[in-house]
Unconditional design. Sequence first.
Length: 306
Amino acid sequence: MERTLSVLAAYIQPSPYGAEGVSLNHGLHFTGGEPFLNVDLLLKGIELARKFGIPSLFVETNAFWCRDDDDTRSTMRQLKDAGLQGMLVSVNPFILETVPFERTFRAIQIGSEIFDQKLMVYQTDYFMQFSRLGITDRLPLQEYVSRVGLEEATSRIELLPIGRTAYTLGEWYQHYPATTFFRGTCRAELQRNYHNHWDNYGNILPGFCAGIALGNVLEQPRIYEEGLDLEVYPILRILLDTGVRGLCAYAQKRFGYQEREAGYISQCHLCLDIRTHIVRQAQEFRELRPVEFYTQLGRDVPADQD
């Protein structure tokens, strides 16, 4: 972690509210997974970030650890004293399945006391809805959908049809043939200059494109000056030049990929399905990292053939 943060420190931009302020798409936030599964490691990360002068530092959490007022307040004060400038509490029906809402409420209430306006909630609509429904404990996803209706559950929030969602909640969406998404490239998604991620292995993860690495800051510390040789990253080159249309053709020719008869809910679903098929057969591509992402995803992805 120290090597990664030391490299990134020169490139992380502060919040528009200043280096001591926080905002969703600026500065550095520790996320996961769940950072509070290892508070000592989180504290180490905060100390290192402050050592390297990284601005606008906050942490994202699902609040599972906020079991009582005193411990919650003590932990938050400890983090703030170490240099943490803000906190983001995640609220959605998927977290509600495993984390009692009273813990989420506590995190927001005490977090506002400790961090003031630097306590952020994502997503506020869900927080307000759960409060109106009088929820205090956990609530299974299907029960939540039954209570509010599918349209209400999905219409006002940012539920991206990507990653595991494409497989585990696919019935929520209309499916389309692959050719529906054979338009344009993935250049904008891969070259976005805000809210990108770096994992514990040094991989640079563009935006929401999980399982794609734009190189590795540990293997190439000057990557932001030197750039990438796309000859070494052929799948990146395909996505930048011809998008999922080109990736589909490449996977069909080299790896025998076949389109799913059931179709796909989004361009990202198609891309992910192709990449998963490729990794199942070959792990030679440096841009399809971390491999562990595909291993874990494999539990939700159906067999290649319908």
